[in-house]
Design a protein around this ligand. Structure first.
Ligand SMILES: [Zn+2]
Length: 280
């Protein structure tokens, strides 16, 4: 993995360093177990930034958290690993401004967190009515259900190598580490120059993102799963929903969505739970 340096976990801490996707600069993250009910909290230069919807800062290609002018970019893959493994209380110390991209998936986090005796997402509460956020033909929603389920759909008609993909993940029956964590981020070859000109994806490369070309297909195969793109979108969705803390029982569904819709749904749910206490 290019630009990555890792150290062995010492006690209840583990450290990983690597390049950030958008900033292109090296950052170091140290995860430390935290007391029960303290939640997932980032620390930058002594400033605490809780992984909560109230700290979300608008951004399109990644999820950014901010508090008192301190910012952290691209929190979603690390948050997905924590949510997917059922780790609710953790202090995340960051030296830098963006969480390292590593190989573009959540696998490196998951491998190192195994020593913490990890489990699976543990739903808290239920929702009793559908909630939907929508933008054009894209949407993110949650529906009442007896268990926690996540479904994602994507459609890239101009990119036959991706095409239309749907996936439902059942966290209680399918291990996050095997089914979701290894799926890497992906990009479209035609958009990469434009994003670079905007000063984005400075740390992106064929080593940490799958790149798909309209005519030539995948430029850096092999894929880890035939439907790796939709699995990665589901990974992003899970990480963004992690801003709620624990997820309720319910069926989460997103179609052609992105971080903005994911975090809007999390905010809508947070608001809903402020009027309907998390019970059950
Ligand atoms: Zn992602």
């Amino acid at each position: 993995m290019i630009g990555q340096r890792d150290e062995q976990p010492s006690g209840e801490c583990l450290t990983l360093s690597g390049v950030g996707l958008h900033t292109g600069t090296v950052a170091t993250v140290t995860l430390e177990r935290a007391p029960a009910s303290t939640g997932r909290v980032f620390y930058v230069d002594g400033q605490a930034i809780p992984a909560q919807v109230s700290c979300v800062q608008p951004s399109s290609l990644c999820t950014t958290l901010a508090q008192n002018n301190y910012k952290i970019h691209t929190v979603e893959h690390l948050l997905a690993a924590l949510v997917g493994l059922g780790i609710a209380d953790v202090a995340i110390h960051l030296e830098g401004e963006e969480i390292p991209l590593l190989d573009g998936s959540a696998l490196a986090w998951v491998e190192r967190l195994q020593g913490w005796g990890v489990g699976q997402p543990c739903p808290v509460g239920v929702i009793t009515e559908p909630l939907v956020v929508q933008e054009g033909d894209s949407f993110a929603a949650v529906f009442p259900a007896s268990e926690l389920l996540l479904t994602y759909g994507i459609d890239f008609p101009d990119y036959p190598a991706i095409g239309r993909q749907w996936l439902t993940w059942q966290p209680q029956r399918q291990a996050f580490a095997e089914v979701i964590a290894p799926a890497r981020t992906f990009g479209l070859a035609e958009q990469i120059d434009r994003l670079r000109q905007q000063g984005l994806i400075r740390g992106g490369s064929l080593a940490n993102a799958l790149v798909c070309d309209r005519e030539r297909g995948w430029l850096n195969p092999p894929l880890r799963f035939p439907d790796e793109p939709v699995r990665h979108k589901l990974l992003d969705f899970l990480g963004d929903l992690g801003l709620l803390g624990a997820l309720p029982r319910g069926h989460f569904l997103a179609y052609k969505a992105g971080h903005r819709l994911h975090t809007q749904l999390a905010a809508r749910l947070h608001q809903w739970f402020s009027k309907h206490p998390k019970i059950g």
